[in-house]
Design a protein around this ligand. Structure first.
Ligand code: NAP
Length: 675
């Protein structure tokens, strides 16, 4: 099979290429080369065909597209699983890569539809008043970058690795070119083939390079971005490319990470956390044969628990069946290829210069239905570093396979220091049932880790574990881990957008954001706003109500009727001593009720329900004898085609006889759409 690349709307297949081998049998499974591709033209195509098509769509349309894609790809799962076995993965490993990848698409799709507007851009935060009279305002708006996102991925997650970046990029409205690692590109290529056949994505939204990226980096512009996953050496080389530095190209890097897990001082062998810790270390060593960027490389345990932890790990690992990943009872498969095994063995040998090998190592061993000479199998290897403050190799060398090093600690502070000696990691976990230890570790280690997973008996059953990056949370870490941030829910989408600070008058800000801004023009009409259906109400549609005087009788009646006889409303003397009031005041809830009484139009009509109230603030007390009135302005509208109603948000301001603002809030109504 010669792997193709998808470029400028077509599949391009090279005449021949470099052999890619099956990780288990050593047979040639594919050939790969990007020879003949015009990388500059591919980038143009993305910018000029894919970008405009995506930018025409709203966040919701892009999110629905991603969901449709996930549903479609799911139909080909069996085919993807079959190819994944060739990379040495078991069924469980593949589930993480394939199903995990589709799950990421679903999560992103749903988050985008809940958290982002049905618009092609995003209005971030509140308006900033930049002038005394409010005629000049500032508002941050996020718009899609107009370039192409180049994704360079590692070999260990050929599907999830692609999709975790693809989802936020496409939702942002940015086209991408994905370049999978050559060793497992055959699986990525198949997924992209199914994607392109589906016709779900607009032309130019996704292109694929199998093989090297040629001169692509020379053509990067300030609107492009690069998201790299792989080794620190490659990451550094690419981030220093002249076009990247000259054009300040956004470059995020996810790279080597010496992740750690701390066994809390309270987690003695009798405590549930002890077993949970041992299970997790074994799980992280054997899942994907330890080729997970998040795997636990350093197991940091209280000094007096080194012995029981070592014994428990050895015993569990001895039970792990290793061999042909297609077999049901095989728990651990092979590394991705022989090159990786050589690499892992070199790292083990280097680390063994100062650490003791407790089990495993670099020799041949028995396999289930597989040949050690042909397949890239490596034994789970546990090492022991007796002086982790002096012997530093385990903190610096990443053996990207089933390898973990136990290191002892005396105090929690020491454990934190050891965890931080990885100089920045994707994730650290802590197994404790002691809340104080948890807080100390978060405060002491948080700055060095992208994620801290604290697991104990209360959360274990539902915990997603040490090693699983979740689409809702950022995946990335500082320092050695590359300083990158992928995913993280909507913040992952924003990475592919430009934040622009828009400055102008209230009317300008309203027009740009499609959200009524205080100070903008009001559209007062003879027709009451509540007589207008969703489609008739416009941004700025305003009602100024008549006034109403609040009497002492009203306050007492409200107090007795509701039971809210708080002293500030009922006790003149006590209210006089209150620093905010000085005398009896009206209930805030009375004001809200009176406001509704002033602005509501009672007859049945297009307003179906009042379903929320946001950002309520009482700014000024209302005293008996004060006269209030209300201004109601349509602030924003959200409606989906096909629905019989839409959501209208209203800005509500209650003022007194001196025009002081007494209360302000956002009111949400559901309004019927035009027939
Ligand atoms: P790698 O050798 O650095 O390769 C990573 C990617 O970079 C591959 O797609 C590779 O393509 C490409 N690449 C290599 N040289 C390039 C160049 N000159 N120009 C453009 N692209 C180039 O890393 P790997 O061996 O695949 O992955 C293992 C490493 O990745 C481990 O160290 C692991 O820690 C790290 N990793 C980190 C994460 C994370 O999220 N932090 C996730 C997974 C893996 P070719 O395959 O075609 O050379």
């Amino acid at each position: 099979m010669i792997l193709g690349s998808f470029a400028e709307g077509h599949w391009h297949t090279p005449v021949n290429g470099r052999d890619v081998l099956d990780a288990v049998t050593g047979d040639v499974i594919a050939q790969i080369s990007s020879e003949g591709l015009n990388f500059e033209a591919m980038m143009h195509y993305a910018r000029n065909v894919g970008g405009p098509a995506l930018r025409k769509m709203t966040f919701h349309q892009r999110a629905l597209m991603i969901k449709e894609l996930a549903i479609k790809l799911n139909e080909y799962k069996a085919e993807f699983y079959e190819l994944s076995y060739a990379s040495g993965c078991t069924k469980a490993d593949t589930w993480i890569d394939v199903d995990g990848g589709f799950g990421t698409l679903f999560t992103y799709s749903s988050k985008a539809r809940i958290e982002l507007p049905d618009e092609p851009f995003y209005t971030e935060g509140n308006t900033e008043q930049l002038s005394r009279n409010g005629t000049f305002l500032g508002q941050h708006v996020m718009v899609p970058l107009r370039g192409v996102a180049v994704h360079i991925n590692a070999f260990n997650f050929p599907v999830w690795g692609m999709l975790e970046k693809l989802a936020p990029t496409l939702i942002a409205g940015v086209p991408l070119i994905v370049k999978p690692a050559s060793g497992t590109a055959y699986l990525t290529e198949r997924v992209v083939r199914r994607m392109t056949e589906s016709g779900i994505l607009p032309d130019g939204a996704v292109q694929l390079v199998c093989g090297s990226v040629g001169d692509m980096f020379d053509h990067l512009t300030c609107q492009d971005s690069v998201a790299f996953t792989g080794s620190a050496t490659t990451g550094m080389m690419l981030s220093q490319h002249p076009a990247v530095t000259k054009n300040a190209v956004r470059f995020i890097s996810e790279q080597d990470s010496l992740n750690s897990s701390i066994l809390g001082p309270d987690a003695t062998p009798e405590a549930p956390e002890f077993d949970l810790f041992v299970k997790e270390v074994v799980n992280e060593m054997t899942t994907k044969a330890g080729q997970k960027c998040t795997a636990i490389r350093r197991a940091i345990v209280p000094k007096d628990l080194v012995e029981p932890v070592s014994e428990a790990l050895k015993a569990r690992l001895a039970d792990v069946k290793i061999g042909n990943p297609r077999l049901k009872d095989v728990r651990m498969g092979a590394l991705a290829n022989m090159g990786q095994r050589r690499e892992v063995y070199d790292r083990i040998n280097e680390m063994a210069e100062e650490n003791e090998i407790l089990c495993g190592g670099t020799g041949a061993f028995d396999l289930v239905d597989a040949d050690y000479a042909k397949g890239a199998f490596a034994a789970p290897t546990v090492m022991y570093c007796d002086k982790p403050f002096e012997k530093l190799k385990a903190h610096n060398i990443e053996a990207f396979g089933p390898v973990s090093t136990i290191m002892p600690y005396d105090t929690v502070d020491d454990a934190i220091t050891l965890a931080n000696m990885g100089e920045g990691s994707l994730v650290a976990s802590l197994f404790t049932h002691d809340n104080n230890v948890a807080r100390d570790v978060v405060m002491g280690a948080g700055a060095y880790h992208g994620r801290l997973a604290i697991i104990n008996r209360d959360s274990a059953e539902e915990s997603t574990g040490h090693g699983s990056p979740m689409p809702h949370l950022k995946h990335g870490g500082p320092g050695r881990a590359g300083g990158g941030e992928e995913m993280g829910g909507i913040r992952g989408v924003m990475h592919y957008m430009q934040r622009v600070a828009v400055q102008g008058s209230p009317d300008i800000i309203t027009a740009v954001t499609n959200r009524w801004t205080k100070g903008s023009s009001e559209a007062v009409d003879t027709v009451h706003p509540f007589r207008k259906n969703f489609d008739e109400v416009e941004l700025g549609t305003t009602l100024h109500t008549k006034a109403r005087t609040v009497s002492m009788e009203d306050i007492e009646h409200f107090a007795n009727y509701t039971g809210d006889t708080f002293y500030a409303h009922m006790d003149e003397e006590a209210a006089a001593a209150n620093p905010f009031f000085g005398r009896r005041v009206a209930h805030g809830y009375l004001l809200l009720s009176f406001a509704a009484g002033l602005f509501v139009d009672p007859a049945p009509g297009p307003v179906l329900a009042n379903y929320g109230l946001n950002d309520l603030q009482f700014m000024q007390p209302v005293y008996p004898g004060d006269t209030i009135k209300v201004r109601l302005v349509c602030k924003s509208k959200k409606g989906r085609p096909g629905q019989i109603y839409g959501e209208v948000r209203w800005d509500v301001t209650i003022t007194n006889q001196d025009d002081d603002v007494c209360a302000n809030y956002e009111l949400l109504t559901l309004n019927a759409r035009a027939e």
